[in-house]
Design a protein. Structure first.
Length: 195
């Protein structure tokens, strides 16, 4: 009888050890997400698409909308024809195949990259944070505004949102109003991320 109690106690200890090990493993694998704790970050309100784009901040909200909806038409509507995406030095490369190192690319490559991305992912989340807006000193005409923003971009490659890519950091958007229409567009986008 004592031997049976000892075996039962040993079995209970092993079961408890397995349960605790399973919980610890689940916490490690889930990236320390606590399933028993409510989300601390509430979902942001849905992004609105603006027509007309009569303020610089509205073009950035339209950019968010275009990413989330994966709509290349809305995406391209955010940019001037002479748009430039400025890269960090670590990312300089020959993106257009002309044999020269590119420090930035224009609207054609921006369109190509985003058509490819929008068509080959399951969903995209983009959060742009910040409200600051001021005149950009890099434009002698004084017509451009700079809008510094932090961003958090999540690109999911499957419907379960269990696989994908994430990028976060800072960006500077230089926006300019078209004097003939009153619409605002992104003229330059500077990647200022730390990584």
């Amino acid at each position: 009888m004592i031997k049976d109690k000892k075996n039962i106690m040993t079995l209970n200890i092993r079961i408890n050890t397995l349960i605790v090990s399973a919980i610890i493993t689940a916490v490690i694998v889930s990236g320390c997400w606590n399933p028993f704790s409510p989300d601390t970050d509430p979902d942001p309100p849905p992004v609105q698409y603006h027509v007309p784009v009569d303020s610089a901040y509205k073009v950035l909200e339209n950019l968010q909308f275009a990413y989330i909806s994966r709509d290349i038409g809305h995406y391209l509507d955010c940019f001037r024809d002479d748009f430039e995406f400025h890269l960090q030095e670590i990312d300089w490369d020959d993106y257009n195949g002309d044999g020269l190192i590119d420090e930035y690319w224009g609207l054609d490559l921006e369109e190509d990259f985003h058509i490819l991305m929008f068509n080959n992912v399951s969903s995209i989340e983009l959060n742009l944070a910040g409200t600051q807006e001021s005149a950009w000193t890099g434009d002698s005409t004084g017509l451009s505004l700079q809008l510094p923003r932090t961003f958090d971009l999540k690109v999911y490659t499957n419907a379960a949102h269990s696989e994908g890519y994430r990028a976060s950091g800072s960006a500077l958007f230089i926006c300019r109003e078209d004097s003939s229409t009153g619409e605002w567009y992104i003229w330059q986008w500077w990647d200022l991320s730390d990584t």
